[in-house]
Design a protein around this ligand. Structure first.
Ligand code: 6CS
Length: 294
């Protein structure tokens, strides 16, 4: 008497064989009558929209009251995909740390949220060529007595609690400069960081300079000081694709280069206060190799 589990094994083996046989027939059939399987880009063109993973961090990304997605990243990515024959862009909102897991789980087709190109991330996703670049900054209450200009300064003062974007680069930079993890406080988003600063929960909030300036402008009733970090390189972001969507990433890079050549790229970046000259002449490879300075 064949045991139940042996039966299961036998039937699932037969099922496996027949499914792969059917797949083989089908793809052979496609190839036989010259039909090739649609590429990812062809699928998006047919579907008519691209799903973009983003977190809420102006001016990199802007989500307005009726959920419309904009900001430097999505506006640039939308312009590229429109040239690729995909007219609509749909935003998939997530925390910063949830962007890559969301992409790998298929909840988005690409990430356009100012995701800095870094060696570790290059192992997980396929980045486009650099698009948005920025320096790092420290935000502090104006009455902060200490002249803090470097991550090194943060390491030497054992009383400082430092806020960093959850899942962001700043945590890596601070740890590399010797700031103990016990003094790093993950911050979910910009407004929370400002509330934590005002409440004295953190004394320094480390984030990209353009994000910091946007928050200072937003909280103009309060006195903050914004310092550009001296010992951190200029960071450049890229639009990120799933590691098995390199064909789509390459098609994207091809059109991005055209937009960098015809003025569209400059116009979109300047509209959001980004300097288009920073990314020029630099490649994803450099940043994936861990380029240190610009
Ligand atoms: O990619 C990063 O890690 C950084 N980029 C942005 C736009 N915000 C979070 C984080 O700082």
């Amino acid at each position: 008497m064949i045991s139940f589990s042996k039966k299961i094994k036998k039937y699932s083996f037969i099922l496996g064989i027949s499914l792969s046989f059917l797949y083989f027939i089908h793809s052979a059939d496609c190839r036989a009558n010259g039909e090739s399987r649609p590429t990812r880009l062809e699928k998006l063109q047919k579907r008519g929209y691209v799903r973009i993973g983003l977190s809420n961090e102006p001016p990199w990304t802007v989500i307005d009251a009726d959920g419309q997605v904009g900001g430097a990243g999505p506006d640039l990515t939308h312009a590229v995909f429109q040239r690729m024959g995909v007219s609509e862009l749909q935003g998939v909102l997530s925390t910063f740390g949830g962007l890559i897991p969301g992409l790998l789980a298929g909840r988005s087709d690409a990430i356009s949220s100012g995701l800095f190109i870094q060696p570790g991330r290059c192992q997980a996703v396929a980045f486009s060529e650099p698009d948005l670049c920025d320096r790092e900054a420290f935000l502090m209450k104006e009455d902060m007595p200490l002249a803090l200009k470097t991550y090194r300064d943060l390491a030497t003062d054992s009383l400082l609690q430092v806020g960093v974007p959850a899942g962001g680069t700043e945590e890596r930079e601070a740890l590399a400069a010797g700031v103990p993890a016990s003094r790093l406080v993950p911050v979910p988003d910009g407004p929370s960081g400002m509330i934590m600063l005002l409440a004295g929960r953190i004394q320094v909030y480390s984030l990209p300079a353009s994000s910091a300036q946007h928050l200072v402008d937003l909280w103009r009733g309060q006195k903050f000081s914004l310092v550009t970090v001296k010992d951190a390189p200029v960071m450049c972001a890229g639009t990120a694709f799933s590691p098995n969507a390199v064909d789509l990433r390459d098609a994207y890079d091809h059109v991005l280069a055209k937009l960098k050549a015809d003025g569209t790229y400059d116009r979109i970046l300047r509209a959001h206060g980004f300097d288009p000259s920073l990314a020029r002449g630099h490649t994803r490879e450099e940043f994936c190799r861990g380029k240190q300075s610009l």
